[in-house]
Design a protein around this ligand. Structure first.
Ligand code: PLP
Length: 412
């Protein structure tokens, strides 16, 4: 008998039969409140009727048309639609299927465009599991260990992780920028440094938001040295943080922006955006992939962006995020087990710690399992696996937030 590899351990015993909005229905007959959204993917909720209709229509019209041979309407419409939400100047797009592939495409572009070999990444960042993306990932050794040697030319600079350092935000930021300057003096000469790659909110690394001074400090140093600032918005994009892009909170413009996850509500699609003058520097044929920009995925993405706009989902993420955060803080105030509540918009987390402040993964796992028993699906993250995160679909409403909070309070 064949079976799914046991190394893909599920956090819950749930077998999902169907999904609708923020709910999943299990083969056990139970309804679950899904605050994982397929790891931040089903932005418009499970099976939003508009996304379903667009995909169904596209399947019956054209499933696949490869962009090195032909263009197709959904791809053209998606390029046009993204044009209305991308930062000014990022006018050229390239599509792939997963976040990891888009990260690789961005790094390949950065190296080719600058002729420099090194990439600096922020400590605790997660960028994917392909060998190059894993080489850029420092959110946990499990992503990196055992299949090296990894890609050369990666240097690691601190992220202003104030809670983790036990400092205030300003001190953590000053330290992080000073260490970046130090790195450019000692390890990765600016003339050898192609890009600095960072997430606006550390995702898998524990849901730690960056801040304006840090990202603007990186922008200023990147400009000074001709280094490209690459923002990985795979998890933070498309309204997740209560603004369309995570970096909108911080007033910085990236040179290359990476998007995926919420872009197509569950269809595999990722992309990078950059100024055409930069994108043009990639050698012809060096970027691409058989399925990139698949017609059905693009049609689903267009419908997703329309729903996000027409249903005001970015504003909803901000409002529901504020409600969820306040409820999470109330729960945290009643227990010694939660040391920190943090995040942005609908990308929120509770960090479990022992009374002396050490990471407490065992209690986090128990809380996650107790929540599943209460009908609430949650995910863990962070280097120690002691951070419970909540990333419901952007369509979540007040009643569903309150239901989730009741289940969470009971579980904790
Ligand atoms: N970048 C970030 C910030 C992510 O959160 C992820 C996945 O969680 C990736 C890249 C990799 O995306 P994928 O799993 O689609 O390859």
């Amino acid at each position: 008998m064949t079976r799914l590899s046991e190394h893909l351990r599920q956090a819950t015993p749930v077998v999902a039969e169907r999904g609708e909005g923020v709910h999943l229905y299990g083969t056990d007959g139970r309804r679950y409140l899904d605050f994982t959204a397929g790891i931040g993917v089903t932005s418009t909720g499970h099976c939003h009727p508009r996304v379903v209709a667009a995909a169904q229509e596209q399947v019956a019209t054209l499933i696949h048309g490869q962009y090195t041979t032909v263009l197709h309407r959904p791809l053209q419409r998606l390029v046009e639609k993204l044009g209305s939400v991308l930062p000014e100047g990022l006018d050229s797009l390239f599509f792939a299927n997963s976040g990891s592939e888009a990260v690789e495409a961005a790094m390949r572009l950065a190296r080719q465009a600058t002729g420099r070999p090194n990439i600096v990444v922020a400590h605790g960042g997660f960028h994917g599991r392909t060998v190059a993306a894993a080489s850029l990932t420092t959110s946990g050794t499990k992503i990196r260990t055992g299949f090296g040697p990894l890609m050369a030319g990666v240097a690691i600079t601190p992220f202003p992780n104030a809670y983790h350092y036990g400092w205030d935000e300003e001190t953590a930021t000053r330290f992080a920028l000073r260490e970046f300057d130090h790195l450019l003096q000692t390890v990765s000469d600016p003339d050898d440094t192609a890009a600095i790659l960072v997430e606006p909110v550390l995702g898998e690394g524990g849901y730690v938001p960056a801040n304006t001074a840090f990202l603007q400090g990186l922008r200023e140093r990147a400009d000074r040295h001709g280094i490209l600032l690459v923002l990985d918005e795979v998890q933070t994009g498309v309204g997740r943080t209560g603004r369309f892009w995570g970096h909108d909170h911080f007033g910085v413009r990236p040179d290359i922006l990476i998007t995926a996850k919420g872009l197509a509500s569950g269809f595999p699609l990722s992309g990078i955006a950059a100024p055409e003058a930069l994108m043009h520097k990639a050698r012809p044929g060096s970027q691409g992939g058989t399925y990139g920009g698949n017609a059905v995925a693009c049609a689903a993405a267009v419908a997703t962006l329309e729903v996000v706009e027409e249903e005001g989902l970015v504003a909803n993420a901000a409002a529901m995020g504020a409600r969820l955060r306040s409820g999470l803080e109330d729960v945290a105030a009643k227990t010694e087990a939660i040391g920190d509540v943090r995040g942005l918009g609908l990308m929120l987390a509770s960090e479990f710690t022992t009374p002396d402040g050490e990471p407490d993964a065992a209690t986090a796992v128990r809380a996650q399992q107790a929540a599943a028993d209460e009908g609430l699906l949650l995910l863990l993250c962070g280097p120690w696996g002691n951070v419970v995160r909540m990333i419901p679909a952007l369509v979540v409403d007040e009643g569903q937030i309150d239901d989730g909070l009741r289940a969470w309070a009971a579980a904790v």
